[in-house]
Write a protein that binds this ligand. Structure first.
Ligand code: PLP
Length: 229
């Protein structure tokens, strides 16, 4: 059976190959290991293997885990990324540990962030605007046609740093086409906000394709952690 270190090494090699094929530097691709459903011990082990960026998608689980990891591995400084749907009533808690939010997907969430970030002295939050790549408006995310309107509002909020766009390739669809749409949206966004040049895209099943299409932040779970129960 492969070990955590083996799987991390394999994914790192695959990132290097994909970057090289795309004439990009692997250093421009940030690996976020998604540790949802896995215990704090696994995060501590990954910290020992040199991983710094971790992704979680549920506040209750993530806040407890971040606290435990801080106790168990106080010599390390993990960076927590919140990658899941975020309810407005969890914003305050998430701001307590997360440095990056990948799923800013609606005005009401932006309003709550604005409120919480202006309330206390805060180090700020980095955000990606999540795009809805499906035809279903009920799915999370901003319609790519409304991206620039929404981005203008994001840019007005103090203590919020817009990093770029985030997308999840639709199940059963063509990941290739989805990543192309994300890249196009990113280029449009950069005309408005040149510094918002980052792209969060790609998971275990498709991160190489995402890198080919310019992903700068990939969110990899099972390929490294093994299956979730
Ligand atoms: C769980 C999750 C991932 C990681 O998925 P894997 O298929 O396990 O790599 C990436 N992004 C988001 C938003 C997730 O919820």
């Amino acid at each position: 059976m492969s070990t955590l270190a083996d799987r991390l090494g394999e994914v790192s090699t695959r990132i290097e190959k994909a970057a090289s094929l795309a004439n990009r530097s692997a250093e421009d691709v940030t690996l976020i290991v998604v540790t949802k459903t896995h215990p704090a011990d696994l995060v501590v082990e990954l910290l020992g293997l040199g991983v710094t960026n971790f992704g979680e998608n549920k506040d209750q689980e993530a806040s407890a885990k971040a606290k435990l990891v801080a106790e168990l591995a106080s010599q390390h400084n993990p960076i927590w990324h919140f990658v899941g749907q975020l309810q407005s009533n969890k914003v305050k808690s998430v701001l307590g540990y997360a440095e990056v939010l990948h799923s800013l997907d609606r005005q009401s969430l932006l309003d709550e962030l604005n409120k919480q970030l202006s309330r206390v002295e805060h180090k700020g939050l980095q955000v990606f605007i999540e795009l809805n790549l499906t035809d279903d408006p009920k799915r999370g995310g901003i319609d790519p046609n409304h991206l620039l309107n929404f981005a203008e509002k994001v840019l007005e909020v103090e203590n919020l740093q817009l990093l770029g766009v985030m997308g999840v390739a639709s199940l059963g669809g063509s990941a290739e086409a989805d990543f192309e749409r994300i890249a196009t949206a990113s280029q449009q966004l950069q005309k408005l906000a040149p510094e918002a040049r980052f792209i969060s895209a790609g998971m275990s099943a498709d991160f190489e394709q995402a890198i080919e299409h310019g992903a700068t932040h990939i969110r990899v779970g099972t390929a490294i952690t093994g299956k979730r129960e």
